[in-house]
Design a protein around this ligand. Structure first.
Ligand SMILES: [Zn+2]
Length: 113
């Protein structure tokens, strides 16, 4: 199974038609251009120097993500406890649904430019 490579700028999956040679870092010319402009904007300001693959996230967004991960972890712990307690299959199905619900769209989180 080929490794999923994501755009350094927008995190969309990169469909690399020619996987040989140098790996693509951006999904499109637009993303490459935005990354270049951001680097140019940030360089020389003396305020903040970022590595090319750095991401700046608002505290509220990070806290929201942490909250969702906490809910997911709690759901998984409930599932583990149900398994340890030899819960019947109906209970396990119910708890498993809670885990799926807690997962939500976490696997589809994208980094927006
Ligand atoms: Zn992109």
């Amino acid at each position: 199974m080929p490794e999923t490579v994501r755009c350094t700028w927008c995190s969309r999956k990169i469909i690399d038609a020619q996987p040989t040679g140098r790996r693509k870092k951006y999904c499109s010319h637009a993303c490459r251009q935005r990354a270049y402009e951001r680097r140019r904007l940030m360089s020389g300001t003396g305020v903040l120097q970022l590595e090319e693959d750095s991401v700046v996230v608002r505290r509220a967004e990070l806290e929201s993500l942490q909250d969702r991960l906490y809910v997911l972890r709690s759901a998984v712990e409930v599932l583990q406890a149900a398994v340890d307690d030899n819960a019947n299959s109906a209970e396990l199905v119910s708890v498993a649904r809670e885990v799926v619900a807690a997962t939500g769209d976490l696997d589809r989180l994208w980094i927006s430019p």
